[in-house]
Design a binder for this molecule. Sequence first.
Ligand code: FDA
Length: 460
Amino acid sequence: MAEITRDVLIIGAGAAGLTAANDLRKAGLSVAVLEARDRVGGRLWTDVIEGAMLEIGGQWVSPDQDALKDTIEELGLETYSRYREGDSVYVGPDGKAHRFTGEMFPVAPETEAEIARVTEILDALVAEIDPDRPWAHPSAEDWDTITWDAWLRSQTDDDEAVRNLAFATGSAMLTKPTHSFSLLQSLLMAASAGSYSNLVDADFILDKRVVGGLQQVPLRLAERLGDDVLLNQPVRGLEWSDTGVVATTDQHTVRARHAILAHAPVLYSRIAFDPPLPRRQHQLHQHLSMGFVIKVHAVYDRPFWREQGLSGTAFSPYELSHEAYDNTNHGDERGTLVGFVSDANADGVFELSAEERKERILESLSHYYGPEAKNPVVYYESDWGSEEWTRGAYAASFDMGGLHRYGADLRTAVGPIHFACSDMAGAGYQHVDGAIRMGHLVASNIVDASRDAGAVESGS
Ligand code: FDA
């Protein structure tokens, strides 16, 4: 066993952990980042599959994501816009593809009016929520004890309106069935992007990508840390006391004054804490679970849908792949579509053989883009549910009633143990932006504590 001693040890080399590690270094503290996988980036992962560069995890950047945008700029990375020229496609309850432009999709005028009316109500509610403290709203308990689906159905009898309103935070974001999370959880998701209207606006939320892939962010952050990032080091045990922590991996013992758990909260129980975490954390961590979505990549010899005047943007609450986009890489002659299959639909297709699943998913894409969609040259499914060190996608959220009951304690440090992850962010919640914000926040808390203890120079 190799022995390492640092000021701070960070468990997880995702965007949150690597941001914190860089900040701490800059403040004069020494760090070690222990990463379970053989790569950095966590839920950010760019790989080449059968000759196609695919962003297997997170990829998009939206205009409100200042923390991520600052990091991208500081790292000298270039961005490019998602292709969006031409018509979008909506498949309604009639099963037919309808083309449209603009934000409102082609539904009956009364459904359109209902969607607009409820969206206005939602934007007003979201404006009342502080994404960093949704539990502090006077109606938090009421809003956290009604399901998102039940609340929407209490607002309108129009089923098509409900399905379209529901899917923005349901299949498309929290990636859980809309009966399994609360109105408050949904409002937090929307507040984290500024408004419900922002969240449903694909041109806003899926605005830009990074040339070469968003994994460049953690790769470059890790580069700056050099040998202080240790791969293939799942942390198995963490001893802690008022004076510090001792982490054990299969090969290392790392001593430090502080530890940052910089990974999805569903994985805390993979670590044996000695002494155990307090009662409150034991309870609250059981009320968080990961969503579940398959990100489907289909690469074609050319972006054939553009020839038909289609932007590639397509969605339907009635389709297996509830949303899909042009995901062609910067400067690539080939065309890539990305589709998403969420929650119960994802459960369903994983009951099938790989061949049948592929066929069903491509059939769904063909409802948006025509029969050519059925014949990609490369086909790949990002399956984060089977990744041991993530266990779902995109992120973790509370079950019914959990957010107002436990949310306030999710980020609270326990002695020398601190927590940082996109899954506990306010702004940028469930996104890379949120991970970076949480990395900055936890690092600044540790620097302040170290300054008080005289371990770093005042003002550094
Ligand atoms: P993350 O999970 O990335 O990192 C945690 C790290 O800790 C991992 O590397 C893990 O291996 C490690 N770890 C866990 N347990 C450990 C242990 N015991 N010991 C050592 N290491 C351990 N976001 C966005 O902004 N735009 C987007 O387009 C998308 N799209 C998207 C698609 C898909 C398919 C996914 C899965 C996710 C997204 N996201 C996204 C979400 C985004 O990727 C995510 O919120 C952040 O990358 C999370 O970063 P964190 O650092 O918080 O955790």
